[in-house]
Write a protein that binds this ligand. Structure first.
Ligand code: HEM
Ligand SMILES: N[C@@H](CC(=O)c1ccccc1NC=O)C(=O)O
Length: 278
């Protein structure tokens, strides 16, 4: 047998005592020591890692959504499209991840569910931040964060900013499309209410895409994003039903009944209703 190959022979550095290495840059000591199962249940590590990786992807989604919003507001629609595509791909990644969690059966989960106490994804401030940035702005969802002033302040600050959809409508107005004043000047801390006039604006965009190319592409990116987000919600509720049936959630909601209600949320209503008109 030939000698084992040694990459040092082609110049690979093998000694990192006085250099920044992979794990230093990525802070792997912190990340890989941040799993602290509360039971001896085999599947608790899966559960923790599934959530931690989801939270990391959500962190990136928030980063991309804020740059997309800034780009839209500044007229950089192409830059915004790139960020929004990335957010859709992140959701695709999160959607695929359910396949790993689905391998956990009800018998597996019940071995450690009690350890979770009243903690629940319902209290994920990053998830709420994504919903708020996209325009689903229920102020009641601030309350579970009252005990964490930093998260609460970040969510409150988000409610004071226009949503991604608000900035898209402002750009449509600046392009000469008749977005009503009451829509442009609405209280942005609330959820946007569907408007016939806004639907007519999108109808104009969709009927003559060549005249409104950038807005047309932006609209399709937003529909794409909402499409992936809906799949995430659907995968969640289906996994939950599969694992806990109709039991109440640890966060205190009805569980599947609550998550099914959330399937009705529409982020960009006129972008969906306009399709009936075309
Ligand atoms: C076996 C796995 C899971 C079960 C049984 C489960 C169960 C539930 C239940 C019952 C709720 C409703 C709130 C409550 O009363 O607790 C909920 C909410 C939530 N879960 Fe999960 N979940 C699971 C996995 C996940 C994963 C992997 C994530 C990813 C981060 C996640 C994120 C969330 C979020 C963000 C909410 C709030 C949704 C909203 O308010 O619209 N869950 N989950
Ligand atoms: N709500 C879940 C518990 C749960 O899934 C959970 C608990 C702690 C941290 C994250 C969780 N994931 C999503 O809700 C349940 O009722 O079993």
């Amino acid at each position: 047998m030939a000698d084992a190959y040694d990459p040092a022979n082609e110049g690979a550095r093998m000694d990192y005592r006085d250099r920044m290495a992979y794990g230093d840059y990525l802070k792997l000591d912190e990340i890989l020591h941040a799993q602290a199962p509360l039971s001896d249940a085999h599947d608790e590590l899966l559960f923790i890692i599934q959530h931690q990786t989801s939270e990391l992807w959500m962190k990136l989604a928030i980063h991309e959504l804020s740059s997309a919003r800034a780009a839209i507001a500044g007229g950089g629609l192409e830059q915004a499209q790139k960020s929004l595509s990335r957010v859709s791909r992140i959701f695709e990644q999160l959607n695929g991840a359910w396949d790993v969690l689905r391998t956990m059966t009800p018998s597996d989960y019940t071995t450690f569910r009690d350890q979770l106490g009243e903690s629940s994804g319902f209290q994920s401030h990053q998830y709420r931040m994504i919903e708020y940035a996209l325009g689903n702005r229920n102020p009641a969802m601030l309350r579970p964060h009252a005990h964490r002033p930093e998260a609460l302040a970040a969510l409150e600050a988000e409610l004071a900013r226009p949503s991604i959809y608000d900035v898209a409508l402002r750009v449509a107005s600046e392009a000469g499309l008749p977005v009503p004043q009451e829509v442009l000047g609405r209280d942005v801390s609330k959820t946007h209410q569907p408007s016939e006039a806004v639907e007519a604006v999108w109808e104009a965009v969709y009927r003559t895409p060549t005249e409104h190319w950038a807005l047309y592409e932006l609209a399709e990116k937003l529909v794409d994003l909402e499409d992936y987000f809906r799949r995430w919600r659907f995968n969640h509720v289906t996994t939950v039903e599969r694992v806990i049936g109709l039991k109440r959630g640890t966060g205190g909601t009805g569980g599947v009944s609550y998550l099914r209600k959330m399937l009705e949320v529409v982020l960009f209503p006129e972008l969906w209703t306009v399709r009936t008109r075309l």
